[in-house]
Design a protein around this ligand. Sequence first.
Ligand code: CA
Length: 248
Amino acid sequence: MPVAPSGPALPRHTVLVVEDDPSIRTLLTSALHAAGYAVSTADTGQKAMFEAGRGQPDLIVLDVGLPDTDGFAVTRNLRAEGVYTPVLFLTARTDVEDRIIGLSSGGDDYVTKPFHVQEVLLRIRAILRRSDMPPGGGAKRVPLRYADLELDEQTHEVRRAGLPIQLSPTEFRLLVCLLTQPERVVGKKEILSQVWHYDFAGDARIVDTYVRNLRRKIDRFEPQLIQTIRGVGYCLRAEHHGRGAAAL
Ligand code: CA
């Protein structure tokens, strides 16, 4: 029996349940609802891919044996599309551990059937705690990309044209600030507040200094990506360099 939520509504984690056995699907759905989760469901691998993209769940409970494909293939496809939502596999098979480890995004786990529903709830809580994910955060683990620049907030790796670039923590935050709003002019005050968390008029010259350092590392390559908008701020934008090389 679902329990009526009490108190003010808090942001809830969303769990996608992928299971072709209707009795197990219903059991998990009502247990998750009762535990306060938002739930979406799918009964095939194809629907799971669709729901994972559309609903952006925080976690996927994924049956390994599905009618159209298996849960490992679904996970591989998700990872290939840059979706790193943690997965809790439901499996009747033994000897699956190696294959699951091979797919791990750092948040994955499994339970074998038959299971107690409390065990599944405990694993879900543990995964969400381990991956330190706020509700709705499941889809935001994709690396940030612009032109040939790539930044992974999880691993703190930055690459340009595939080459690794070492940044200091402040340079890293500055690049995140520009990369999350590409082609938009970001004012120096806004940068100060987002990168240095200054909520007052800090010294904007510190921004210029750090942008200069960042440019030395990021813009050793053509085309230059960090543009100065004089008197206003900075903008991440691939400019044409008159050689017809920049493809848009
Ligand atoms: Ca099944």
